[in-house]
Design a binder for this molecule. Structure first.
Ligand SMILES: NC(=O)c1ccc[n+]([C@@H]2O[C@H](COP(=O)([O-])OP(=O)(O)OC[C@H]3O[C@@H](n4cnc5c(N)ncnc54)[C@H](OP(=O)(O)O)[C@@H]3O)[C@@H](O)[C@H]2O)c1
Length: 345
C-alpha cells in the first residue's frame, strides 16, 4: 500500500531530510512540500541532493489532502496551525516541541505556554525504542527532541535494569552540530562564528531537560555545547551509582534493552579507532550508537550516545514513528548505513 505524504516547512534543514527520506521511501508518495519563502521553486533549488525531483514548494496556506503530514516548522507554528494540519491529514507527525510534553504547566515552566493544551493528552511522544506500542494508529505524533533522544537512549537501560534508582546524581554534557539551530539559526550558527568553537550555549536550563524528566522520571544536570560539526549530537552522561556495578551488569542491561532494536548499536570499548559512540559514524543514518565505560576508582559510570540530530534526532525518528503508526516495516526508507571514511559531518 502507498501512503501520500506532505512536508510543511520543507525548505528547512529537517524538512530537507524528510523530503530526502520520503523521496526514497517504498511506501510513501511525496505529494507536497511547503515553503513561504521558496514558493514555486523546485525542492532541488534549496536541497541540491534532490535536484532530480521536479516537485515545487507551495504555500502552507494551500495544504493538499494526504495520509501523513510532517510538520518541520519552528516551535509555536504547529500549535497554531494544528487544525489545518489535521484537516489535511489523518496522521500528523510534528518535529517541533509543541506536543511533546504532557501538561500545560510544563509548557508554562519550560516554554511560553501553550495555545492548544487540550490536545496534549491526545499526542504521542515518538521515541519508538521507548514507547512504540503507543504509536500504532496514533493520529498526532510528537517526534522527540534530538538532545533528549541521545540522552534518554543512553540512560534508559540503567533504569530498566535497576542499576539506577533515580536518586543518583546524573550529569549530562551534550555536544551538538550547527544544523541543530535550523536553517534560520542566525548569527550564532553562521560559519565564521561557528567555526572551531566548543561553545557552551545552554550551560543550564535547556528545554530538553523537561522531556528527559518526563520519560526517565529523574532530574539530570544538563549542559549543551555548540561544536564545530554540521550534523551530530553526542551525549556524555556521568553517573554515580550507589552500589557496585560490573561490566557484565552493563552489557546485560544494554543488550537486554537494545538487542532487537534495528536502530541502536552498542559501541563500548571494542577495538579500532572508533571504540565509543561517534556522531561521524552515524551521519545521515537513523542509527544511534550507545556505549559505556566504568570508572571504579571514582565510583563513576560514563555513558556515551551519538546520533545525527537531523535523522535519529528528528526527520529519521519522525519517519520511523510514521512507519510504526501506519503498520509499515519499521526500517522502511531508513536503511542508509552511512559513509566511511567521510569528512566532518
Ligand atoms: N535541526 C534539528 O536538528 C532539529 C532536531 C529536532 C527537532 N527539530 C525541530 O524541528 C523543527 C524544524 O527545525 P529545522 O531545524 O528544520 O528549522 P529550519 O531549518 O529553520 O526550517 C523551518 C521551516 O519552517 C518554515 N516555516 C517557518 N515559519 C513557518 C510558518 N509560520 N508557517 C509555515 N512554515 C513555516 C520555514 O520555511 P519558510 O519560512 O520558507 O516557510 C522552513 O522551511 C523545529 O521545531 C525544531 O525545533 C530540529
Amino acid at each position: 500500500m502507498t501512503y501520500s505524504a506532505s512536508v510543511v516547512g520543507g525548505s528547512g534543514f529537517t524538512g530537507g531530510e524528510l523530503l530526502r527520506l520520503l523521496d526514497g521511501h517504498p511506501e510513501f508518495e511525496l505529494e507536497q512540500a511547503t515553503s513561504r519563502s521558496k514558493a514555486n521553486k523546485t525542492i532541488g533549488h534549496q536541497h541540491p541532493n534532490l535536484r532530480h525531483s521536479d516537485l515545487r514548494f507551495s504555500s502552507p496556506e494551500e495544504l493538499e489532502s494526504v495520509d501523513v503530514l510532517f510538520a518541520a516548522t519552528p516551535h509555536g507554528v504547529s500549535m497554531e496551525q494544528i487544525d489545518a494540519f489535521q484537516d489535511a491529514a489523518g496522521t500528523v507527525v510534528d518535529l517541533s516541541a509543541d506536543f511533546r510534553l504532557e501538561t500545560e504547566t510544563q509548557y508554562d515552566e519550560w516554554y511560553d505556554g501553550h495555545t492548544r493544551p487540550e490536545l496534549l493528552e491526545k499526542s504521542e511522544y515518538a521515541l519508538p525504542e521507548l514507547n512504540r506500542d503507543n504509536l500504532a494508529g496514533a493520529e498526532l505524533i510528537a517526534s522527540g527532541g534530538c538532545n533528549a533522544t541521545a540522552t534518554i537512549l543512553g540512560l534508559l537501560p540503567l533504569f530498566e535494569a535497576d542499576i539506577l534508582s533515580g536518586d543518583e546524581q546524573i550529569v549530562v554534557d551534550v555536544k551538538v552540530g550547527s544544523s541543530e539551530g535550523g536553517a534560520g539559526g542566525g548569527e550564532a550558527s553562521s560559519h565564521p562564528e561557528r567555526s572551531g568553537v566548543v561553545r557552551p550555549y545552554a550551560p543550564t536550563g535547556h528545554r530538553h531537560e523537561a522531556e528527559i524528566q518526563q520519560f526517565l522520571g529523574v532530574d539530570v544536570s544538563f549542559t549543551v555545547h555548540a561544536v564545530d560539526m554540521v550534523r551530530g549530537a553526542s551525549a556524555t552522561c556521568h553517573v554515580f551509582p550507589d552500589g557496585p556495578v560490573s561490566k557484565g551488569d552493563l552489557w546485560g542491561a544494554y543488550r537486554g534493552q537494545y538487542e532487537d532494536e534495528p536502530f541502536v548499536e552498542l559501541v563500548a570499548g571494542g577495538g579500532g579507532v572508533y571504540r565509543y559512540p561517534e556522531p561521524k559514524a552515524v551521519a545521515g543514518t537513523n542509527r544511534a550508537e550507545v556505549g559505556f565505560e566504568l570508572d571504579p576508582a571514582n565510583k563513576r559510570l560514563v555513558v556515551f550516545s551519538a546520533i545525527d540530530n537531523m535523522m535519529k534526532g528528528s526527520a529519521g525518528q519522525a519517519v520511523h514513528a510514521a512507519n510504526v503508526a501506519l503498520g509499515i516495516e519499521e526500517t522502511a526508507g531508513l536503511e542508509f548505513q552511512g559513509l566511511h571514511p567521510v569528512g566532518a559531518p
